[in-house]
Design a protein around this ligand. Structure first.
Ligand SMILES: *Cc1c(COP(=O)(O)O)cnc(C)c1O
Length: 385
């Protein structure tokens, strides 16, 4: 594809311009959706696509071209974020030691637990990733260090540069789940990591209408290994999903800018609310890792947490909001919220903790909805005289 653009262009411009296919008269501006499993066989002296699971479709390549550029390393698209994560873990030999943060995506925890239970596919060591000494001690014995920063749902941060330095010194590799930060706010490969994964289902797609995963790697040989995993594992992305994800990515910068500004405003107002409930947001000065967030990220992101006193009140709060959707997932144009401790594998999460993903609605409508619901459920809690 001859869509290469000079890197002097800013990311907002590259998001709009990359992954466009051939710049030739008469060609569409967007790479069309090609619905094909098989292609006419090339002649014996030609090369060409033959079967989509092996050779891909134009839509996969367009999306991968954009992600290569955003994360600064060759990218591979998968059918979901979990398919991408599974492919990375499958590159490890049987019995490899994987260090994983105690607070991390519930699907990752399930996958690792299943593999460990099924005769030691992996040797999993959980650490409190906010305890740097404990993390660095675990890293010394690891084959792969899995990092999620900020983490889902407690918004814990990991010093990616420090962990990577220690891991590489010990001969271990580092993979970072960058879903919460998005490629706009943090680029782990540039901080030294070997692998970065995204659930593009979230902010990259941005419209809650697809499932898709992405991996970008430092070493081009890893791209070959991951492409091979996709070919034989079969977790191929759909062409329509790639088209929609690329279309979503065109506005990623606009959406993240708006959502992040609103998330900051809502976090400050909730923290100042007379109820005095704990608010988690890396942009708040009292977040335990605020200084690291400022140093490592280009912005604190679009997700915050609010901890209600118990599960019953948190459920009532989630059911009371009307502008914000009571739904799982995050990163969409629509704000969503959910009480995370209700999910399996999330026993470490406070029972009343509500994760709020901020979307693109007007911040005053979001505030009226959230503060109204909060006042209502807290008001009902205290007996009336
Ligand atoms: C949602 C999510 C995933 C899994 O992605 P799917 O596209 O749902 O498979 C992985 N990591 C994080 C941090 C997530 O939020």
């Amino acid at each position: 594809m001859d869509t290469e653009q000079p890197h002097s262009l800013r990311v907002e411009t590259r998001l709009v311009g990359l992954g466009r296919g051939q710049h030739r008269a008469g060609q569409p501006l967007n790479v069309p959706v090609v619905l094909a499993s098989t292609f006419r066989a090339p002649g014996s002296s030609e090369v060409g696509r033959e079967y989509a699971r092996d050779d891909g479709t134009p839509g996969w390549e367009a999306l991968e071209e954009l992600v290569d550029d955003l994360e600064g390393g060759p990218a591979v698209a998968f059918s979901s974020g979990m398919a991408a994560i599974a492919a990375v873990l499958e590159l490890l030999p049987v019995g490899a030691r994987v260090v994983v943060p105690q607070d991390s995506y519930t699907g990752l925890r399930g996958l690792l637990a299943d593999g460990a239970a099924a005769g030691g596919r992996w040797d999993v060591v959980e650490v409190d990733a906010t305890d740097t000494d404990a993390l660095l001690a675990a890293v010394a014995e690891a084959d792969l260090v899995w990092v999620e920063s900020p983490s889902n749902p407690l918004l814990h941060l990991v010093d990616i540069e420090a962990v990577t330095r220690a891991a590489h010194a010990a001969g271990a590799r580092v993979a970072v789940d960058n879903t919460f930060a998005t490629p706009l706010l943090q680029n782990p490969l540039q901080l030294g990591a070997d692998v970065v994964v995204h659930s593009a289902t979230k902010a990259i797609g941005g419209h809650s209408d697809l499932l898709l995963g992405l991996v970008a790697v430092r070493d081009p040989a890893d791209r070959e290994r991951l492409t091979r995993r996709r070919e034989v594992g079969g977790a191929t992305p759909g062409s329509l999903e790639c088209y929609l994800a690329l279309r979503g990515a065109r506005t990623l910068a606009l959406r993240v800018e708006r959502a992040q500004a609103s998330a900051g405003e809502l976090a400050r107002r909730l923290a100042a609310h007379p109820a005095g409930l704990p608010v988690g947001y890396p942009g708040l000065p009292d977040h335990p890792q605020h200084a690291l967030a400022v140093r490592q990220m280009r912005g604190p992101g679009i997700v915050l947490t609010l901890e209600l006193p118990d599960a019953r009140l948190a459920d009532a709060f989630c059911e009371r909001v009307t502008v914000v959707a009571h739904a799982t997932s995050l990163g969409g144009v629509e704000s969503t919220l959910e009480r995370r401790a209700k999910l399996p594998g999330q026993e470490h999460v406070p029972a009343g903790l509500v994760r709020i993903s901020v979307g693109c609605e007007h911040v005053e409508d979001l505030w009226a909805d959230l503060s109204g619901a909060l006042d209502a459920v807290l008001g009902e809690q205290t007996p009336r005289h």
